[in-house]
Design a protein around this ligand. Structure first.
Ligand code: URA
Length: 273
């Protein structure tokens, strides 16, 4: 099924017909340190993304980063996990006590979805509901993420995997600290190595920090392609941020279209970007 532009906007709640107006208080506080809030501006989804390197452009226009570089730079205390298969990785995450986040979690939340995905979406960390259910993005932000997926004909679990930068809930839904993300990064890196997604979408600043080691304002990273371990990476806003900044949903939709074009180009290099 291919949705029309109007249907996509409708799915994402950009039209007045479908809007998540009452994010849970926990979600509202969750991303307090995330994207800088800019003056709301309604942006019509453009048909062309200006700042995307041409598909056949020089390799230097993407920004490669290999996981081992991250691990070396951050000096994590996490046990070596880069040889683990899924069951052993799941066990290691469930039993992890490498940082203080283990103390108040109900359970670690590894991720959910298709183990042979085209798409990997990476968020920040479990919130209260995710901590209880053991699945990422099951609260209000998760509902919006599902709508975002639907807007580009995707469905949780079907060629889609969803993970987080940290696997344990930060107390009070605070933003995870850099050291916590660094400690958890080997798990994420191993997930990526096992999943081999064709495109990665980073949802918000924490995911960008964890995967790209980049702390620039999120708005300056959108509309570009990055690379992680040879996999194209696209950056967009976190759904919890979008719940508070509804006009930016249009920009997130542009980002999803960019990711979709990126995937299509990877699957068939003959297609026009
Ligand atoms: N926010 C996230 O970043 N991840 C979740 O799993 C839930 C909310």
């Amino acid at each position: 099924m291919s949705l029309s532009r109007e249907q996509m906007l409708h799915e994402m709640g950009i039209t007045p017909l479908w809007v998540l107006r009452d994010p849970a208080p926990a979600e509202l506080s969750e991303m307090a340190c995330d994207e800088a809030v800019t003056a709301p501006e309604v942006v019509a989804p453009p048909s062309v993304i200006a700042d995307v390197p041409p598909r056949h452009g020089p390799a230097a226009q993407t920004e490669p980063l290999v996981p081992t570089t991250v691990a070396a730079r951050t000096g994590t205390t996490t046990p070596t996990v880069d040889h683990l298969d899924w069951p052993d990785l799941a066990r290691a995450v469930a039993e992890c006590r490498a940082c203080g986040l283990c103390q108040q979690r109900k359970q670690a939340v590894l991720g959910v979805g298709d183990l042979q995905p085209d798409w990997l979406f990476i968020g920040e960390g479990p919130g209260a509901e995710e901590d209880v259910k053991g699945e990422p993005f099951v609260g209000q932000a998760g509902k919006l993420l599902d709508a975002m997926l639907a807007s580009i004909d995707l469905e949780r679990g079907k060629k889609v995997y969803i993970a987080n930068a940290v696997k344990c809930r930060p107390p009070g839904n605070r933003t995870p600290e850099a050291a916590e993300m660094a400690t958890c990064h080997p798990y994420l890196a191993r997930q990526i190595a096992l999943l081999k997604p064709k495109v990665i979408v980073l949802l918000g600043k924490a995911a960008v920090h964890s995967v790209l080691q980049d702390d620039k304002p999120l708005g300056s990273l959108r509309g570009r392609q990055f690379e992680y371990a040879g996999i194209p990476v696209v950056v967009t806003y976190h759904p919890a941020y979008l719940l508070r900044n509804l006009p930016d949903k249009a920009k997130a939709w542009e980002d999803l279209l960019l990711a979709r074009r990126t995937l299509a180009a990877r699957q068939d290099p003959a297609l026009p970007f």
